[in-house]
Design a protein around this ligand. Sequence first.
Ligand SMILES: [Zn+2]
Ligand SMILES: [Zn+2]
Length: 313
Amino acid sequence: MFINEQLSKEEYTARIKEIYPLTDEKIKEYEARAYKLSLKIPRKYSQISKCEGCSGDFLTNCRDCLECYDCYEDEHYKYVWNAPKNNKFCYDCTGINTGELILECVASAVGSYNVGYGVLCWMNDFNLRYCYYCIGSKNLFGCAGIKRAEYAILNKKYSKEEYEKMVPRIIEHMKKTGEWGEFFPIKHSPYPYNDTIAQEYFPITSAEALTKGYKWHEETPQELDKSADAKICAECNKQYKFIPQELSFYKTLGLPEPKFCYNCRYQHRFLRKNPKQLWERDCAKCEAKILTTYSPERPEIVYCDKCYTKMLY
Ligand SMILES: [Zn+2]
Ligand SMILES: [Zn+2]
């Protein structure tokens, strides 16, 4: 088969011979043909398999996970992205693993229980609030960079009784100032917005970032490399180079040398992924309502789970 066309062995071999060596023009032409063909083939509404009561994308063996992405073997979630295994009752988190009752946390859990508004809080943490990089600790509030600690507020140790008296008072105060129940304010982020993957998924301009109070990384002008093997990217005008292994790889596969720098090539591949966002759409076959990562204006034929499975088997 060649782009879904049945050929004899001889015709097929001749067709393949015509392709190589590939040029940029040929790649563009075949990409366009493959894309045109792909539009005739129905897509599954989302990559969800062996799940019950879930919505999102790339979910496997999950139960009751709503608006979640890249999760595996998890239960009772909402707004979680990238949770590889065995998490339960988590809300608004990114990058968690084997935890329970994890709320608004980033890169946390790993055997932890009842952790809220934390970054890098892991390895059997218990009952932490507003902590940053605290490991194997219990009952901490507003602490940073401590290990195996107990009953501490702002890194200062208290007795159990003092701790239990002070924490409700702090929460009460934070409720009045509107700070309680929200993740750390963005002004505390050590990273410029465009140095994080947020810029890949939700791209904004430097002006927008600065208006919102986000840090922004202004690139210093690149020092030009005048050597003969330095290339200029056809998209962003930045310089880039190939290493000998790359060149021999392209040669082996009969591919032309890329005209774009590494970052632009990454961006092109990234744009082929569906966004981490859900839209309501009708199944193109049975018209059932579906929640899908294909926005309604996209040209793909999108099927619900039932119709897609029926088509396959
Ligand atoms: Zn570039
Ligand atoms: Zn359907």
